[in-house]
Design a binder for this molecule. Structure first.
Ligand SMILES: [Zn+2]
Length: 406
């Protein structure tokens, strides 16, 4: 929001040669931000909150009404006995454009249609073929069908897709995802061609860190290490408020760091990876080995609730190994918070989280661990982050104010 001294800032901007068009747009974005964050307001409210003059606000509002970015939402209620006519209320028109958010799971594709505030308008989940050509065709068909189920929804302006495995963030290609047989699959290019809109491709851990910082435990932090614990182990990193990309964008594959030699065979084709001793896959396999088939498919919280000493020991060992690996990243990246979880498998796993936190604290350098915060995430981090990623590519006036450079 602009401070009451905005007009002073505006004059300074003119003096420093910033174009009047960019000042106008800056002021328009400030008015939009007020409506996004505080809900409907009258023109008088906008003048008061923005610090802009009434003629400036009037001009901005007319432009935003013409662009359908704001709309009239009704009249202010006037207290009994008050004089004067009620002011017309203006609201952010979140339905002007929509976004599509896709999350690929092991055997299915989940798709949400959201408005420009990220609220879900409709969703669908469908089995999907992992052959690249079939995947793109079927995804486009599911998206078209979903959009058609919401009559009156604004045109889809942007999409994001969560894909497991290594992603090239520069090209939006899947570098490698062995379980699907994917190698150098041009996800972004193919889906952009099918959908005719900007498509952002992210892995689950990168989306999770964005989600936690935008709306969750990482809110207000700029240096965040998110450990996404699911079947595998991924890491999402925010440094200085921006998503860490790396040279090719292939950031975050902590699960395939070798911690044992020779070690067990890993899904990546190598052996001794962290995932072979501290992932959801390892934990669930060990739980079945200890407790039989009745333990299959349980979450971390459910396994803890069994109060089986052998299961507890196995979980404590996995949490310690995961904490040890993460402590190395803490020493390198110096985050202000480490967030664990972000998946249905890890949600509510308080005891596992306590063991993990202890291990990170004990194994990190004291200087890095001294002020380090920890949080256990809920299960929706990656959805929230993927939605934010799509919204960052909406038309400029519809984008969220906070950008992670996705
Ligand atoms: Zn591996």
């Amino acid at each position: 929001m602009l401070s009451p001294g905005s007009d002073v800032q505006l004059r300074k901007s003119r003096a420093s040669g910033v174009s009047s068009a960019s000042v106008r747009e800056h002021n328009a974005l400030s008015v939009i931000a007020i409506l996004r964050e505080h809900g409907p307001a009258s023109r008088a409210d906008l003048v008061r909150r923005s610090g802009l003059t009434r003629p400036t606000v009037d001009a901005i509002v007319e432009s935003l009404l013409a662009d359908a970015v704001v709309a009239h939402t009704g009249n202010q209620t006037v207290p009994p006995g008050a004089k004067g006519r009620p002011g017309q209320l203006l609201g952010f028109n979140a339905g002007r454009n929509t976004a599509v958010v896709c999350r690929s799971r092991r055997d299915r594709l989940e798709i949400r249609l959201t408005d420009a505030l990220g609220y879900t308008l409709a969703e669908v989940a469908a089995p999907i073929d992992h052959t690249p050509e079939a995947f793109f065709r079927e995804a486009a068909e599911h998206i078209s069908h979903l959009v058609s189920t919401v009559p009156g929804a604004g045109p889809v302006a942007a999409a994001s897709v969560l894909i497991p495995g290594l992603i090239n963030r520069r090209t939006g290609a899947s570098i490698s995802h062995p379980p699907w047989g994917w190698a150098d699959v041009p996800v972004q290019a193919a889906l952009s061609k099918h959908l005719q809109i900007p498509v952002t491709v992210l892995n689950h851990a990168s989306a999770a860190v964005v989600g936690e910082v935008a709306h969750g435990a990482g809110y207000g932090h700029e240096d965040v290490l998110m450990v996404l614990l699911d079947f595998g182990v991924g890491v999402g990193v925010l440094t200085g408020g921006a998503l860490l990309r790396g040279a090719d964008g292939a950031v975050g594959e902590l699960g395939h760091s070798r911690v044992e030699r020779p070690g067990r065979l890993c899904v990546c084709g190598r052996s001794g990876c962290l995932e072979t001793v501290a992932s959801g896959r390892f934990i669930q396999e060990e739980a079945v080995r200890i407790g039989g088939e009745s333990s299959a498919g349980r979450t971390l919280a459910e396994l803890s609730a069994l109060s089986d000493r052998r299961v507890d020991l196995m979980l404590a060992g996995a949490a310690d190994r995961l904490g040890l690996a993460v402590s190395g990243l803490v020493n390198v990246l110096n985050p202000s918070i480490v967030i664990l979880g972000g998946t249905e498998f890890a949600a509510g796993a308080e005891r596992f989280f306590d063991s993990f936190r202890r291990s990170v604290q004990e194994n990190s350098l004291p200087a890095n661990a001294a002020n380090l915060e920890f949080a256990l995430a809920g299960k929706d981090s990656e959805w929230s982050g993927a939605t934010h990623a799509a919204l960052e590519h909406m038309p400029a006036r519809l984008r969220p104010r906070q950008s992670f450079g996705i």
